[in-house]
Design a protein around this ligand. Structure first.
Ligand SMILES: [Zn+2]
Length: 330
């Protein structure tokens, strides 16, 4: 509980890397805020999920790889990363993309979350666990209730695309707001992949989120995955980031516990023009709001992503070291 209560302060521990004589780009990322390792039960479930008629396409090959926590830790060591936030993929079990639904889906969600929390319990200095839930199912609130007193269940991961949430449907927004409220009361920070399937997703969805959902979290840190997109920098992602920048300029108090992870926001081959535009957007929102993330294993080796691709962002040395040492809460 101490850890969760400490998180309530919402303070960003930004330990600025020592001094100007050190090459800032060489300082390793302290905390990777967004990684995944499937539980064995989810790995066994994936073939039926990936071939489900509810899915629009095949699953990427890397998604199906039986990677373990030891693989992750070895990759963190190779990149000099001290700690990673491990996002449970439990919510896949209750995705509407799974057709027909598994009769034991709720149990599978719980088992997958238990696996993730166990990894954090085993490696408390290296891993923090975020349980995964689909906010549209009753399991979301029952899972938060089951884990709220476990000190190794740090936070809650929500994936709006995978869960089929529509931010323009008031009923969906009410469900999502209830999950934010429960997580807030449980002192569990939230990492949310908030891009929906709306073809014109963007600033209008951000407004709904900021007005109706975010305040329910009652001060626990909320991290927007992929900087508001779903990986990459397309028109929808720019629109979402613009929406955040405009709203936060009007209401700076909203920034206090709000962060954006950079997981797959850019890739090794993102154009210099897009990287420059991204940095301009980061400065509008506040560079201190951005935290490193990889979406491992989608990133490939962490060294290449967090030490290679991330170093291409045209940040000043001070900004770069701020981002590399950032953690959304202690
Ligand atoms: Zn992810």
């Amino acid at each position: 509980m101490t850890f969760k209560l400490a998180a309530l302060t919402g303070a960003v521990a930004i330990a600025l890397a020592a001094c100007a004589t050190i090459q800032p780009a060489a300082a390793p990322v302290a905390v990777d805020h967004h990684v995944h390792v499937h539980s064995p039960e989810i790995l066994a479930f994936l073939p039926s999920y990936c071939s489900s008629l509810g899915r629009a396409g095949a699953c990427p090959e890397v998604f199906l790889k039986p990677l373990t926590v030891d693989d992750l830790l070895a990759d963190m060591d190779a990149a000099g990363v001290r700690k990673a936030w491990m996002m449970s993929t439990a919510y896949l079990a209750e995705s509407p993309m799974m057709v027909p639904p598994r009769p034991d889906a709720a149990q599978l969600v719980h088992t997958a979350n238990a696996f993730t929390v166990m990894q954090a319990r085993t490696h408390p200095d290296r891993l923090a666990a975020f349980i995964g839930v689909n906010p549209l199912t009753p399991t979301a609130l029952s899972e938060i209730a089951r884990w709220k007193d476990d000190p190794f269940a740090t936070g809650v991961k929500i994936h709006l695309t995978n869960s089929g949430v529509d931010l323009r449907d008031p009923a969906d927004v009410a469900h999502l707001a209830a999950v934010f409220r429960a997580a807030g009361q449980a002192h569990m920070p939230i990492l949310i992949h908030m891009r929906t399937r709306a073809a014109d997703y963007g600033a209008q969805d951000v407004r709904i989120f900021l007005d109706q959902v975010l305040p329910q979290a009652a001060g626990v840190p909320v991290i927007i995955a992929h900087s508001g997109g779903w990986g990459g920098l397309d028109d929808n992602t720019w629109s979402a980031m613009q929406g955040f920048a405009d709203a936060l300029a009007e209401r700076p108090e909203l920034k206090q516990n709000l962060y954006f992870d950079l997981a797959q926001t850019f890739k090794a081959d993102t154009s210099q023009a897009d990287l420059t535009r991204l940095v301009a957007m980061m400065r509008r929102i506040g560079v201190d709001r951005f935290v490193p993330g990889s979406d491992w294993p989608f990133s490939g080796p962490l060294d290449g992503y967090l030490n290679g691709a991330l170093a291409r962002l045209p940040l000043t040395p001070t900004e770069a070291s701020m981002v590399r040492s950032a953690q959304a809460f202690p």
